[in-house]
Ligand binder design. Sequence first.
Ligand SMILES: [Zn+2]
Length: 455
Amino acid sequence: MNKNIYGILIVLGFFVSISLQTKAQFLDDEFCGNKEVLNLYIRKKPWKGANSFLYNYLKEINYSNKIDSVRYRVPLKFWIYQSNDASIGIADSTLKRLMNELNYYQRQNKTGFRYYISAVERINKTKRLKLGYFLEAPWQTIIHKDKGCINVYLTKTIKKRVLGDKYIVRGTFNTLTNAVIIQYNTSSTGLSHEIGHYFGLLHPHRNYNKGKAKQESVSRTRTFKRLFKKGLICEKNGDGLADTPAEPKLSHLVDNDCNFIGNSLKDRWGDNYQSQTNNIMSYPTHYRCRKIFTEGQKAVMLYSASQNKFSSSWTTAIAQNNVYKFDRYEPDDSFESAGEIKANEIQSHTFHKLFKDENNNIFYDMEDWLYFTIENAKEKTVNISIITKDTLKTPLKIQILDENRNIIQNTKFKDKLMLHFNINTNNKSTYFILIENKNIPVNQAYSYQVSLRLK
Ligand SMILES: [Zn+2]
């Protein structure tokens, strides 16, 4: 379909969805503006009304919550809106923090996912620092888009205006363009939450203010009966998952210690809510309470990933996917965004395609910055080893620098390098390792392993 017609349809879809929403559902500082447009999304999911589908799926793929086995490595493309002069924007160090937080919650919950940055593109347009929720944001996700990755758009403010009232939306997932849009100042679980939507998760409080046909019951055993179908209400209504307890919107129902304080509230059947406050897909008063994905939620994400059209390039089950592409230490392309390497640690890095500028010139990741810290005052011998199995046409350049960027070592290598030197310091001090690959050819990536020993 013509790109413009597609865009117009999406915009029309948003108008239809606005007219179906009621004003009462919005709050002043809503975390996530995601609404399941027309509810078509959940209606066709195989686990709706039958969560056994999910548990059978986990069994089928030998999932264990005891082992953190990585099943999908999913690339993220960041589109960063910044001011015309780039003075307002997001630093590499902030991007790095966002990625670390995202992968932290995947690791903690053993979701089977890891995310990495495939590219970063900065768009210098002051007027896009405030993205309109209904038209401007969806439109931007249509005109800026990469294939094979999750497109993530970062801007200063996402503003939403409904019937004359203004709202700020911290983040949102657009179900029509499959785009994640978040504000610079998102919470530590903000990206995990929106990507949760990308992989099929709904809010546990979904339809909390609706009638018995749509509201999730507190009871886990209450059943529904239709002409051709029967099952558990908790597997059909709300987020359709039995292992996320029914909950009202938690925005004003969580105390400072993350306790649920809405126990006096009842569902439509008269049962008191006994909600949890720690689910990453919920809206607790304090975002710091959010920590977990349930087994049912992990199953939804893993199953959705297996059905994604890019699944075969993300899965770790295919050996060639494990070569290159993935560098979990990125971004580390500048002094400011250097990543730490600890004593006795071995890290695998790659040089890869990084971003396109406004003239469509492709830039490659040509510098990796690492740092290490020496704790005490005595003289130390530093051993750094760098090895590559690639055949390099031109050598890589290595520099060791101190905190003031004075170069204390400067050398080159083609396959193997062992660097030994002594540091004599009276204070705790930090040193930087710069690995440069200035002659990277188009469409070619290099990988290397770096390790550090201190004696
Ligand atoms: Zn959400």
